[in-house]
Design a protein around this ligand. Structure first.
Ligand code: NAI
Length: 330
């Protein structure tokens, strides 16, 4: 029996969480969910969108599955997602982007893993208003953070039988900050002679990705480029409804879809649970439940191969009906 934290989120969060928990239950994997609410709805009762009890639960259980949480705009709250990553030091953001059966996309055979540094760069949030007409934002790149993310990318490549890790920077312009990231990548790479190494500038990468994405394998990037490029890669495989993610640290890991809380389709049984389900499958592998992970993945693929899907992928099924179809294929 695994004790895991479930943050069921807000917006479409509770609908897709219900669907995914039902599918995991039906697979036979034994999970005792510690359900933790967070987000907009919690502010009214507890004053903050991410109460301490949520962090304590993840620290205790080490692993969490997280549905999206709304970040209130302009109310002075920090993003729950950014805060979670910071407080739990989830330094690696992992986004595997692989074509799914029957999901129509521009390219076939895309299989890219984006490894994004999750803790620094322009996301350190160090900004100041210099004067009325000038604002300043500071980009922080450290050896320590660069080293651990590059190691993570190479280790991931070794563990998952990948062939290449390509580093993405703009080191020709930001010679000191991106230059440090690149230098560290080269140093770390020396310990992984079995993995092919490649360096590319982020602008060129973007062009290459939309022309010939199949040339890429694992990408490792500083935070901001990683954020942008991982959404580009999500677009290559069918968009937000199918894009999975994970935030991994030394102590804890939080698995979550790339998409947000989709307030426009909240409560309408329209949301696609696939991205959260793929994140949950990755979570099962992380806790060594490989059989259950494989079984669920097969059932999902079979369901998609049958042409059964939600409206965002051109299908007719609602969230619940799609989950039931997957369960029937388990
Ligand atoms: P969003 O990802 O929620 O929605 C963008 C578009 O994609 C919408 O049209 C939505 O209906 C559609 N969409 C998203 N997920 C879908 C799914 N599973 N099935 C079908 N359609 C789906 O992005 P938006 O609107 O920019 O953000 C809404 C809120 O979510 C914001 O408060 C934002 O801060 C938050 N957010 C939270 C994230 C997280 O918890 N990790 C990540 C991104 C945004």
């Amino acid at each position: 029996m695994h004790n895991l934290t479930l943050i069921n989120g807000d917006g479409i969060g509770p609908e897709i969480s219900d669907a995914v928990v039902k599918i995991l239950d039906a697979s036979g994997v034994e999970i005792n969910w510690d359900v933790q609410t967070a987000g907009e709805d919690v502010i009214a009762t507890e004053g903050v969108p991410l109460p301490n009890r949520v962090l304590e639960s993840i620290k205790k259980n080490k692993v969490a599955l997280k549905a999206p949480v709304t970040t209130p705009i302009g109310k002075g709250f920090r993003s729950v997602n950014v805060q979670l990553r910071k407080d739990l030091d989830l330094y690696a953001n992992l986004r595997p982007c692989k074509n799914l059966p029957n999901v129509k996309t521009r390219f076939e055979g895309v299989d890219i893993v984006v490894v994004r540094e999750n803790t620094e760069d322009l996301y350190a949030g160090i900004e100041r208003q210099v004067d009325e007409n000038t604002a300043e934002s500071i980009k922080i790149i450290t050896r320590n953070a660069s080293e651990r993310i590059c190691k993570f990318a190479f280790d991931y490549a070794v563990k998952n039988g990948r062939k290449e890790v390509c580093v993405v920077t703009k080191a020709n312009i930001m010679k000191l900050s991106d230059g440090l990231f690149l230098d560290v990548y080269r140093e770390v790479g020396k310990s992984y002679p079995q993995i092919k190494q490649r360096e590319i500038l982020v602008d060129n990468l973007c062009m290459q990705l939309v022309q010939n994405p199949n040339q890429f394998d694992v990408l490792v990037l500083p935070n901001l480029y990683g954020d942008i490029v991982s959404d580009l890669c999500a677009g290559l495989i069918g968009g937000l409804g199918v894009a999975q993610g994970a935030n991994i640290g030394l102590e804890c890991a939080v698995f979550e879809p790339v998409h947000g809380s989709a307030p426009d389709i909240k409560g309408q049984n329209k949301a696609n649970p696939t991205a959260l389900l793929l994140s949950a499958i990755e979570m099962l592998k992380y806790i060594n439940e490989f059989d259950a992970a494989e079984k669920i993945e097969k059932a999902l693929f079979k369901t998609l191969e049958d042409g059964t899907c939600t409206a965002d992928l051109g299908g007719k099924l609602g969230t619940k009906e799609f989950a039931d179809a997957i369960i029937a294929n388990l």
